[in-house]
Design a protein around this ligand. Structure first.
Ligand code: ADP
Ligand code: MG
Length: 620
């Protein structure tokens, strides 16, 4: 079923926007969506087939900013204007990174070591958040180009070890790029979701996610219980990845073709050539036993065996991290149920073999390792969009929850698609003087009138002390806990009397019924908006008639006969319109009644005030 939304302004139907998943990587970034027909995550690709967008930003002389492959070309030639690995700087102060500034070829500012780092390019300063937002903006543009629709709602992944500041920085980058970041998801969690792990609510599993990317290595141990992911431990090395494989091969190439470090420092284009050739060789050797190429006019041959010797110490280091992670989680290899391979560098056969041998298990490697995190983000996005029925009940509220207010209207406290657990509260008051109890009726659904929604519960809050209408403050709060149970509490704040009920909103409701309720709300959207306006006008009319009647009862002898007659006429007209009028003529009649009563109401008010003043004088 295609998803449809209602434009509230026009009441017309429109195609609902897609929520996309974004892997904002240190080396590469990419976007994924759930394919509307296959329901499987797919990575968005440009016409040239490229899915990965290198996470690189280049600042041109003319002030132009390029992102991705076009920026990557300048890495060696214009290091000071070409920003890479900005993810390493997210949410960091200069103190945090001063040990590593050698790694960055661009200028990191240290004017105030406690505050967040800034990057200087030419005369300008940029925060990591701004730089990341350039990458996200580029991804947004690409997605919109490919999907032919606007993209604003996203899920972005971050490493499991990211702290709150780093997560917030990622959110801010999204906001700056014009995106609405619905959720930040841990990369290993996303990878698990991409493989369908965690989607079955009944299973408990312990998962090791081995992520060897371009510049970083992360091992995360997760436990999934009832679809909830818990990070048991993380370990890794933030300066170990495919780049180090490239660097070893580059040294090897230099040795083979006889180029010294000094010569390389003098010749930036040769340095660029060797670096690119090294990566090319590495990738080729994931599929073939030999690599043959030409560097600096010389023929070069590298065998798989040679590369594996270079890679072995680096891979050994990742295994040591895996051991540490297991120890920290208080687990042994036997406790691990699944191992997932993530990151472009796990394409290296020796990496796969070593990891599989260490965990003594066949590893999950059927999905592209550099796409799997983005794919999982798309799965999460789909869950948030309410499309993934298996997950529907666990993660979000599929239908809005609210209570009945005057005129049988639905007053929503927790809108549909709210994250679970979720909390909301609102204050209400009494309609009648001395009203001692208040009925709280809880409903579920998207329609404006409660009669069209599903009733979940009803109770009376009793023991409200006698007070004039409008004075009691009854706070109704809704809490949907992680198990999907709704706790409704009503409390009169002046007296403290309170009462609550528990309900299971999804109890006995099938997915088809949820779907039908949503569809109904779409079909009836326009008429619902009109009905709500009418009911609101009727309610207001009833209230004004009640207060006017009360007023003339009390002050009968102070009104002229004309005033009384006019008022009664206006009340009668309004009363008839409540039954068979429309929103507009009811409102006009309310206004008419107001006009009639205003002069005498003011007159009486003035006299009441002057009486009070006189009283005061006597007392003096
Ligand atoms: P990150 O998560 O750090 O952004 P990726 O997961 O995209 O990075 O991994 C990028 C790294 O993967 C690069 O070092 C790249 O050279 C490497 N890589 C990509 N494909 C292969 C391959 N077939 N064999 C070996 N390494 C590869
Ligand atoms: Mg990654």
């Amino acid at each position: 079923m295609a998803k449809i939304a209602i434009n509230i302004a026009t009441g017309s139907l429109q195609q609902e926007e897609m929520i996309v998943g974004i892997d904002l990587g240190t080396t590469n970034s990419l976007i994924s969506i759930i394919h509307p027909e296959s329901k499987r995550p797919i990575v968005l690709k440009e016409y040239d087939g490229a899915a990965l967008v290198p996470s690189i930003v280049h600042f041109g002389q003319a002030g132009n900013i390029t992102v991705g492959d076009d920026a990557k070309k300048y890495l060696i030639a214009e290091p000071e204007n070409t920003i890479f690995s900005v993810k390493r700087l997210m949410g960091k102060s200069y103190n945090d990174v001063q040990q590593q500034t050698n790694f960055f070829t661009y200028k990191i500012i240290d004017d105030n070591s406690e505050s967040l780092v800034k990057i200087q390019v030419g005369e300008k300063f940029y925060s990591p958040v701004e730089l990341s937002s350039f990458i996200l903006k580029e991804l947004k543009i690409r997605a919109e180009h490919i999907l032919k629709t606007t993209v604003t709602k996203v899920v972005i992944t971050v490493p499991a070890y990211f702290n709150d500041a780093q997560r917030q920085a990622t959110r801010d980058a999204g906001k700056l790029a014009g995106l609405d970041v619905l959720r930040i998801v841990n990369e290993p969690t996303a990878a698990s979701l991409a493989y369908g792990l965690g989607l079955n609510k009944d299973e408990t599993k312990t998962i090791a996610v081995y992520d060897l990317g371009g510049g970083t290595f992360d091992i995360s141990i997760l436990r999934i219980t009832s679809g909830i992911f818990e990070v048991l431990s993380t370990n890794g090395n933030t300066y170990l990845g495919g780049d180090d494989f490239d660097a070893s091969i580059a040294s090897f190439i230099m040795e083979k073709i006889g180029v010294s470090n000094d010569a390389l420092n003098q010749n930036k284009s040769l340095a660029q050539e060797i670096r690119l050739k090294a990566e090319e060789a590495k990738i080729e050797l994931s599929y073939n036993n030999e690599f043959e190429g030409v560097v600096d006019g010389k023929v070069l041959l590298i065998t798989k065996n040679e590369f594996e010797q270079l890679a072995t110490p680096l891979i050994a280091e990742t295994i040591q991290c895996c051991k540490n992670a297991l120890t920290d989680a208080n687990l042994t290899i036997a406790d691990i149920d699944e191992v997932i391979m993530v990151g472009g560098s796990t394409r290296v056969p020796l990496v796969k073999k070593t990891v599989s041998e260490f965990f003594n298990k066949t590893v999950h490697d059927t999905l592209n390792p550099d796409e799997v995190v983005a794919m999982g983000a798309a799965v999460q996005a789909d869950i948030l969009a309410g499309n993934n029925k298996d997950f529907l009940l666990l993660d979000i509220t599929p239908l809005s929850l609210g209570i009945e207010t005057m005129g049988g209207l639905m007053d929503v406290l927790i809108p549909r698609n709210s994250k679970v657990p979720s909390k909301a509260a609102r204050q209400y008051t009494t309609q009648k003087d001395g009203q001692g109890s208040m009925r709280i009726s809880v409903f579920q659904g998207e329609r404006d009138l409660i009669k069209d929604n599903r009733k979940l519960a009803e109770f009376n809050l009793t023991g409200i002390p006698g007070m004039p209408a409008g004075l009691p403050k009854v706070e109704v709060s809704f809490l949907v806990n992680a198990d999907g149970i709704l706790v409704v509490n009503a409390k009169e704040l002046r007296s403290g009397v309170e009462q609550s009920v528990e309900v299971r909103p999804q109890y006995g409701l099938t997915d088809e019924e949820v779907e039908k309720m949503l569809l109904d709300s779409i079909t009836h959207a326009k008429s619902d908006i009109q009905t709500r306006a009418l009911v609101e006008a009727q309610t207001e009319a009833t209230q004004i008639i009640d207060t006017t009647n009360l007023f003339i009862q009390k002050n009968n002898d102070l009104l002229t006969d004309n005033e009384l007659a006019d008022t009664n006429d206006a009340i009668n007209t309004l009363q008839k319109l409540i039954v068979n009028g429309n929103k507009d003529n009811i409102q006009a009649a309310i206004e008419k009644l107001n006009e009639i009563s205003r002069p005498y109401a003011e007159r009486l008010m003035d006299s009441a005030i002057s009486k009070a003043m006189k009283g005061k004088n006597i007392l003096e």
